[in-house]
Design a protein around this ligand. Structure first.
Ligand SMILES: [Zn+2]
Length: 324
């Protein structure tokens, strides 16, 4: 059976049941008063699918209240289709592709994909390497940084800078869009995300040299001398995180092509999420989609979703439209 045959991708009631099972594993919870005991499902002919009533506060609700689905007119089954497609496509899926596959407007597809990225943002911020494992840190450059005009002889100053940390034990990765690579910018990020017990692994870049002492050990590979794995200690390398960046770059070039600086952190969250929850870490495509649903609660995006006035594509300019 194809995974796309699953009923929740085609039947609206099944789609609601699927989302409810994930968000309310112990039964419905009233989003207004937190009640769990006196809740009944409304089954009238004119009742909207998935409506419950709380007899404590006497208010109706659905599983959408307080989530990124709230106020969305997109059917739940289409949300589930979009979530599955985004979670199962290794290099991502463009808004244009979603628009063609789901049969919604391009605008709707664009807002849906950004909301799903928001759901992918990790809530787990426990520090990496707390049992003394290796944590790789590296940076990459992508697109143009509007706030830094090109400078002569500066290879990357005018590009957006991304700092990523990868926990070799769990295989999880976390990325941050940073304004520069000064020590005062990156040290707080390393301190907040990497345990002091960790073995830090970096290349020989100057900004890591003076902060390596914050951790139990600091392994350095000299890329300038064509060294990619330390000969003295084969565990000293940054090859895992470089492999991650190659997936990210192929996706950004091939699928997203251009990305507005304002949204780069969300694209990073998307790639971080898929990599952290990849098959190698014991997570299949369905489970990955389910973990996205775990992130829907309390993350309402305040994007404008009402009908735009004026030119039909004015929303693109306001939203920083950047995909093809
Ligand atoms: Zn209530």
């Amino acid at each position: 059976m194809s995974i796309l045959d699953a009923k929740h991708f085609h039947d609206e009631e099944a789609a609601y049941r699927f989302v409810e099972a994930r968000i309310w594993p112990d039964g419905p919870v009233c989003p207004h008063c937190g009640g769990v005991d006196r809740i009944g499902k409304l089954k009238g002919k004119s009742t909207r699918i998935g409506t419950y009533k709380c007899y404590d506060c006497r208010k109706p609700f659905t599983v959408k209240v307080g989530t990124v689905f709230e106020k969305s007119h997109v059917p739940m089954r289409h949300w589930l289709q979009a979530i599955f497609l985004m979670s199962a496509s290794k290099k991502g899926i463009s808004a244009n592709q979603l628009h063609r596959m789901l049969g919604c407007t391009l605008k709707t597809a664009w807002f849906m994909s950004h909301r799903i990225r928001e759901e992918m943002r990790s809530g787990n911020l426990a520090p990496f390497g707390s049992t003394g494992g290796a944590v790789e840190a590296d940076e990459t450059f992508i697109g143009r940084d509007r706030h830094n005009p090109p400078v002569k002889n500066a290879r990357s100053a005018h590009k957006n800078k991304v700092l990523s940390l990868l926990d070799r034990d769990s295989g999880a990765v976390r990325s941050y869009v940073v304004k520069d690579l000064r020590i005062r910018t990156i040290l707080p990020i390393l301190e907040a995300n990497i345990s002091r017990e960790a073995r830090l692994m970096t290349d020989e870049a100057a900004h890591y040299q003076s902060i390596g002492w914050n951790f139990a050990d600091h392994g350095v590979v000299a890329h300038s001398k064509d060294e990619y794995v330390s000969k003295a200690d084969r565990t000293i390398h940054t090859n895992t995180i470089e492999g991650y960046y190659s997936i990210f770059k192929r996706g950004m070039r091939g699928v997203y092509q251009h990305c507005d600086q304002r949204h780069l952190h969300r694209y990073m969250a998307e790639f971080d999420f898929r990599y952290t929850n990849r098959v190698k870490t014991g997570c299949d495509d369905s489970e990955r989609a389910g973990r996205i649903l775990d992130g829907v609660v309390g993350k309402r995006l305040t994007y404008e979703t009402t009908r735009s006035k004026g030119r039909a594509d004015a929303w693109k300019r306001r939203a920083g439209w950047a995909e093809w």
